[in-house]
Design a protein around this ligand. Structure first.
Ligand code: ADE
Length: 235
């Protein structure tokens, strides 16, 4: 998968060199390219923002640097938008809420472009113009406000990246986790059998696989009912 990220803080993405994602980059499974939005400005101060039309607090990101940065990633030739067009994601608290199903869907894409906004947002015409040559999605990490899209993009790339075939050593470990079947994960235990007077549940030591599966399922349902009852209807 090719991933392009446009941001005024490219150094945020240095952490993508560590851990599993770092290995995926080295092995070529993920081809990651981080672009500094300020490289597409032409003034001495490398300005990316200006005051909002209509007044109001804060600054808005100017369209020109975004236009040039997106031209350099998408190409500047006009192309009809189809299912095969590149997908450009702008993290935004006003977007569709990111979840495991969206991560799985996005992990099937050949190429993803992330545009990280800051300040009070990006001039609306950037979204409108990008939608004439690419598929565009606004995606929110959740119902809270971050200072910019960078942290949201890091979280999305980690969730998407680990679903790319070949990324996780044992693909079975992906199937039994929280949210994959719409429920939260069951509790896990390892050795020793007793730790600080706390015992591993007997059923897990019984060797009875049917009983283990049934216990884990019950635990998933009980935990989901307690913590996230909103998920039970969907599951
Ligand atoms: N930018 C600011 N807040 C955000 C959020 N909740 N999700 C995604 N991007 C954001």
């Amino acid at each position: 998968m090719r991933i392009d990220i446009i941001s005024i803080f490219p150094e945020y993405f240095d952490v993508l060199d560590v851990s599993l994602l770092g290995k995926a980059r080295q092995s070529g499974l993920i081809d990651m390219n981080v672009h500094n939005l300020r490289d597409f400005t032409h003034d001495r101060h490398r300005t990316v923002d200006d005051t909002p039309y209509g007044g109001g607090a804060g600054m808005v990101m100017k369209p020109e640097p975004w236009g040039e940065a997106l031209d350099s990633v998408l190409g500047s030739e006009p192309t009809a938008v189809s299912e095969d067009s590149p997908l450009v994601i702008f993290p935004s608290p006003a977007g569709d809420v990111f979840n495991q199903a969206m991560a799985r869907e996005l992990s099937q894409e050949k190429s993803l472009v992330f545009g990280c906004g800051r300040y009070e947002g990006i001039d609306q015409r950037v979204f409108d113009h990008t939608a004439t040559r690419a598929r565009v999605r606004l995606v929110s990490l959740g119902d809270y406000v971050l200072n910019g899209g960078e942290v949201a993009v890091l979280a999305m790339i980690e969730a998407i990246g680990r679903l790319i075939p070949g990324m996780v050593g044992n693909p079975d470990s992906l199937v039994e986790e929280s949210h994959e079947d719409g429920l939260l994960e069951y509790p896990s235990y390892t050795k020793p059998q007793t730790w600080r007077d706390l015992e591993v549940p007997a059923v897990l030591r019984s060797g009875n696989h049917g009983a283990v599966d049934a216990w884990r399922r019950e635990q998933q349902i009980e935990r989901t009912r307690r913590v996230r009852p909103d998920l039970l209807g969907e599951a």
